[in-house]
Design a protein around this ligand. Structure first.
Ligand SMILES: Nc1ncnc2c1ncn2[C@@H]1O[C@H](COP(=O)(O)OP(=O)(O)OP(=O)(O)O)[C@@H](O)[C@H]1O
Length: 291
């Protein structure tokens, strides 16, 4: 079942000549959905529209059948972790959540239990009395998830949550989102392909406000499977090779440089594409690099 239905949404910010979202139509079901796209592709704009923080210039969208024109009902359904989440630095973790719970109309008698439960789920229970300013980047993001879930939403919208996290925190955070996605819709935006590789099955790729692709990660990989190749050159010739090929990976050892590269066709035998290579292939195709 589709929980989010986006119909022909266009968003043009004031003083912008081209739209941030351009006639976008997209359906999103339960589970984890990854929204990929380069900087400026329109990911944050879409998320702000779905959380009613911005209005579309044209088009409509519904979440569980409720139109965005009923913002209070939408806000009761949706939890949101914005890009660069931060909070009053001198508040303790539990006070911050109690404050947000009050704003979200969580009854006072339920707050204590709910906050403890959320802190346990995001693995911050031992930081209950720590000031927000003393949390690490990863802990702050986990607090961000806790605040997004404070009103027990059915949809969680998370905007580039892993930027700046170390690999261990990134994996922990991904797994946390995947847990939540078992019984909710999680819409996760990122430009880091590995963020969605392990946890997300369905993805959408935005480019200049338009949808380049929607489907499963596997569908995307299949499209690129005959377009990724391997080659080896001497170290001396590596620079020339890079100038004439779309290199996706390079490793040098024993005086030779080993490449993986993306091409429409090549004389070599193709190898299996990774998700990242499939993503790059799609972008290059769209940019007309192969035509
Ligand atoms: N408030 C605003 N006013 C004017 N233009 C904006 C505003 N917010 C975003 N834009 C522009 O809209 C386009 C889409 O931006 P958006 O932030 O949605 O992209 P994004 O995919 O989230 O990018 P990033 O990965 O860098 O966060 C960009 O050209 C951006 O400069």
């Amino acid at each position: 079942m589709n929980t989010i239905q986006i119909n022909h949404i266009t968003k043009t910010y004031r003083q912008m000549t081209s739209p941030a979202l351009d006639n976008l139509t997209l359906e999103i079901g339960t589970g984890m959905f990854g929204l990929l796209g380069k900087n400026g592709a329109g990911k944050s704009t879409l998320m702000k529209i779905l959380t009613t923080l911005e209005y579309p210039t044209r088009g409509t969208a519904t979440i569980y059948g409720i139109p965005l024109t009923r913002p209070q009902e939408i806000r009761n359904l949706v939890g949101y972790l914005p890009q660069n989440f931060t909070f009053y630095p001198n508040m303790s973790v539990s006070d911050a959540l109690a404050y947000l719970a009050t704003l979200a109309n969580v009854p006072v008698r339920e707050q204590h239990h709910r906050i403890d439960d959320l802190l346990a789920r995001v693995n911050l229970i031992d930081k209950t009395n720590t000031k927000v300013k003393n949390l690490s980047g990863g802990m702050l993001q986990r607090l961000g998830i806790a605040q997004a879930l404070i009103n027990n939403p059915r949809v969680l919208i998370v905007d580039e949550p892993t930027a700046g996290l170390d690999p261990e925190e990134r994996i922990r955070f991904r797994n946390l989102l995947a847990d939540f996605a078992t019984d909710r819709t999680v819409l996760l935006s990122t430009h880091i392909v590995s963020d969605i590789e392990t946890t997300t099955n369905h993805i959408g790729i935005l480019n200049h406000g338009q949808l380049l692709f929607t489907g499963t990660t596997n569908d995307l990989i299949v499209q690129a499977n005959d377009h990724v190749y391997e080659a080896t050159t001497s170290v001396a010739k590596a620079t020339d090779f890079k100038q004439t090929h779309q290199v996706s990976e390079q490793v040098t050892y024993d005086g030779q440089t080993h490449f993986r590269f993306i091409a429409e066709t090549a004389t070599d035998k193709p190898v299996h594409a990774t998700l990242e290579e499939a993503y790059i292939y799609l972008q290059l195709q769209h940019e007309g690099v192969f035509s």
